[in-house]
Design a protein around this ligand. Structure first.
Ligand SMILES: C[S@@+](CC[C@H](N)C(=O)[O-])C[C@H]1O[C@@H](n2cnc3c(N)ncnc32)[C@H](O)[C@@H]1O
Length: 183
């Protein structure tokens, strides 16, 4: 679903952000979406994630249109000086990696605030929240407390939740920027 929302807004030539590159699946998807004239900024705090992502991109001949940054997405303002169309978060821990190295509600929320500054009007943030199991519930609970506090004149926050699936299925949050206000 997060990919479907991304496809609905991203056009060839756009600049987008993968806020959690992990093993690079979403980065490859986004790099294909923006085409050879577009650009993808990819962030991850794990060097191994950045290396895995670089390898995936090289395999698909997509590395040239990507800038991979081994830093937290909460610091994205340091690296991005252009308007972006979409920011994608795939929260939690890296599949196949250390389950203790995972996204955290406070830094994710900081990154969402910065992403709202960087987005063009009608640009989108898509965030998949994994919860339960090794992920626990603290990031989900933090985000579900803080996201409703975002100014409804500046953005809309949509939450999608599977009601009939077992084992704490992931939730999807889509935030659309409505106007240029945050600085
Ligand atoms: C669920 S994985 C991402 C999966 C990835 N999108 C893919 O397609 O393989 C979450 C990633 O977020 C990274 N992460 C955790 N905290 C972060 C932060 N503050 N900034 C950027 N990445 C972070 C983890 O290292 C992990 O690789």
């Amino acid at each position: 679903m997060s990919h479907e929302y991304a496809k609905a807004v991203v056009k060839e030539g756009d600049c987008v952000v993968d806020a959690t590159t992990g093993n690079g699946n979403d980065t490859v998807f986004l790099a294909e979406l923006v085409g050879c004239t577009g650009k993808v900024y990819g962030f991850d705090i794990q060097q191994e994630a950045i290396l895995n992502t670089r390898k995936r991109l090289e395999e698909h001949s997509l590395l040239e249109r990507c800038m991979l940054i081994n830093d937290g997405h909460e610091n994205m303002a340091k690296y991005i000086n252009e308007p972006v169309k979409l920011v994608m978060f795939n929260l939690g821990y890296r599949p196949g990696g250390d389950h203790n190295i995972a996204t955290k509600g406070e830094t994710t929320m900081q990154a969402i605030h910065t992403a709202l500054e960087k987005l063009v009007v009608h640009g989108l943030i898509v965030a998949v929240i994994y919860h339960g199991g090794d992920s626990g519930f603290s990031e989900r609970d933090y985000l579900l407390k803080k996201l409703p506090e975002l100014d409804s004149k500046s953005c809309t926050v949509l939450l999608m939740n599977y009601l009939n699936l077992p084992n704490n299925p992931p939730m999807l949050v889509c935030i659309e920027k409505l106007k240029q206000t945050e600085k």
